[in-house]
Design a protein around this ligand. Structure first.
Ligand SMILES: [Ca+2]
Ligand SMILES: [Ca+2]
Ligand SMILES: [Ca+2]
Ligand SMILES: [Ca+2]
Length: 392
C-alpha cells in the first residue's frame, strides 16, 4: 500500500472566498493517506471545506491520522471539516484524526466538523477513532459528528471523543456520535460526547445524540456516554436534549447501553429514542441505559429494556415518563425492570423511603426525597412500587 507524505500546511483564507483544501489531493487507488497537520485561519464571508485526505476514499484506501484546525474570526463564514474525505465506500477506513473548529470571539459563524466524511459512508466503510472539538460562542449554531453524514450498508462508526465548548455569551451545538442517519446494517461506535458550558456563557444549549438523528433498517446504536458539564452554574436559559441512540428509531433498529448525565438545568434525557416506528410489535429493541439528570427539573424516558434512573442530592423536580413502560411503547411484551437509584440521599432502608411516596392528584406516584427534590412517575401508582424497584 502506497503511503503518501506527511505534510504541514498553515494558511489564511482571505475574505469572501470559496476554498476546498485537501491534505492529500492526489490520491492513487488503495493508497494510505499521510498524517497531515493543517491549520487554516478564516476571516469573513468565506466558505471553507477542509479535508484531511481526499475527496472520496474508495476500495481499500485508508485515511491518514490528521490534525485539522480551523480558526474562525469575523462573521458569516461557513466551515466544513472532514477528518478523512467527503465520502467513503468499499472497504475504506478513516484515520484517527483530531478535528478542531474554534470560533471564539466571532459572530454568526457556524461550523460542521466530521471525524471522517461529511457525505455518505457506505458498503463496509469504517470510521476512525477521532477526536472532534468545537469551541464557539457568538450566536453560532454548530454541528459535531463523530463519523459521517450518513452510514449505510455495513458501515461501522469509530469510537470517537467529542467535545463542544461554549466559551462566550450565546451559542449552541448539535452532537452526533456517528452520523445524522444510520440505515441497513450500519453500526454506531462507542462514543464519548461532552458539552461544556463555559464561565462566560449566558444562553444556549444543544442536542446530544449518542449515535444519530435516525436509526433505521437493522442499524445498531453503540454504547455511548453523554455528559453536560456546567462551569457557569445555575443558568436559567439553557436546555439540553440528550438521547442515547437517535431522535427516531425505525424498523428493526437496536439501541445501545448508554450513560447520560445532565447539567444543572432543565434537561430532557432519553435512553434510546424520542420516537419509535417499529416494523412489527417489538422489532425495535432498546439498551440498558443509565440516566442522571443532575440539577434542574428534568424529564426522562429510559425507553425499551431495563434502565436505571439515578438521582443526586439537589436533583430538583424530576419526572420519569416511562417507568417500566418502555417495552410496551415499542409493542414488546418482554418483561422490563427499571430501577431508581437514590443512594446519594442516604436513606436507612426501603421502609424509610416508602414512607415518603404518595400519589398526587393525578394518581401518579411521587417520591418526596427532600422538601425540594421529588421524582414523579407518570402512569405509576404508589401501590405498584416495591423495594426491588429501588437502589437505596
Ligand atoms: Ca477519521
Ligand atoms: Ca462514532
Ligand atoms: Ca447509543
Ligand atoms: Ca433503554
Amino acid at each position: 500500500m502506497r503511503r503518501l507524505p506527511n505534510d504541514t500546511i498553515t494558511l489564511s483564507v482571505p475574505d469572501i472566498s470559496f476554498e476546498t483544501l485537501f491534505g492529500d489531493p492526489d490520491f492513487p487507488a488503495n493508497a494510505h493517506g499521510g498524517n497531515d497537520i493543517m491549520t487554516v485561519s478564516v476571516e469573513s464571508m468565506t466558505s471553507l471545506n477542509l479535508v484531511g485526505d481526499t475527496a472520496t476514499l474508495l476500495d481499500h484506501s485508508r485515511g491518514g491520522n490528521d490534525t485539522l484546525r480551523v480558526n474562525i474570526a469575523g462573521s458569516l463564514n461557513t466551515v466544513i471539516v472532514d477528518g478523512d474525505a467527503q465520502s467513503m465506500s468499499g472497504h475504506a477506513k478513516g484515520g484517527n484524526d483530531t478535528v478542531i473548529g474554534d470560533s471564539t470571539n466571532s459572530i454568526r459563524n457556524g461550523f460542521s466538523l466530521y471525524g471522517d466524511a461529511e457525505g455518505a459512508m457506505s458498503d463496509h466503510a469504517q470510521g476512525g477513532n477521532d477526536t472532534v472539538i468545537g469551541v464557539f460562542g457568538g450566536r453560532s449554531l454548530n454541528t459535531l459528528v463523530g463519523d459521517g453524514g450518513s452510514m449505510s450498508g455495513d458501515a461501522h462508526g469509530g469510537n470517537d471523543t467529542m467535545a463542544a465548548h461554549q466559551t462566550s455569551l450565546t451559542g449552541s451545538a448539535v452532537l452526533y456520535g456517528d452520523a445524522l442517519g444510520l440505515a441497513d446494517h450500519a453500526q454506531g461506535g462507542n462514543d464519548d460526547l461532552t458539552f461544556t458550558i463555559g464561565k462566560e456563557a449566558q444562553t444556549g444549549g444543544g442536542n446530544l445524540y449518542g449515535d444519530a438523528h435516525e436509526l433505521s433498517g437493522d442499524a445498531r446504536g453503540g454504547n455511548d456516554t453523554l455528559t453536560v458539564v456546567d462551569l457557569h452554574g445555575n443558568l436559567h436559559f439553557y436546555s439540553f436534549l440528550m438521547v442515547g441512540d437517535a431522535f427516531s428509531m425505525f424498523g428493526n433498529a437496536h439501541g445501545g447501553n448508554d450513560v447520560l448525565t445532565g447539567g444543572s438545568h432543565a434537561d430532557i434525557l432519553v435512553g434510546d429514542a424520542r420516537h419509535y416506528y417499529p416494523a412489527a410489535p417489538g422489532s425495535i429493541t432498546g439498551g440498558r441505559d443509565i440516566l442522571n439528570g443532575k440539577g434542574g427539573n428534568d424529564e426522562m424516558w429510559g425507553g425499551p429494556n431495563s434502565d436505571t434512573f439515578a438521582f443526586d442530592k439537589g436533583s430538583g423536580q424530576e419526572l420519569i415518563h416511562d417507568f417500566n413502560q418502555g417495552n410496551i411503547i415499542v409493542g414488546s411484551a418482554a418483561v422490563e425492570h427499571d430501577l431508581i437509584d437514590v443512594r446519594d440521599y442516604g436513606f436507612v432502608d426501603w421502609t424509610a423511603l416508602k414512607s415518603l411516596i404518595s400519589d398526587n392528584g393525578s394518581g401518579n406516584a411521587v417520591i418526596h426525597l427532600t422538601a425540594s427534590d421529588t421524582i414523579t412517575l407518570q402512569g405509576v401508582q404508589t401501590a405498584d412500587l416495591h423495594a426491588t424497584d429501588f437502589i437505596v
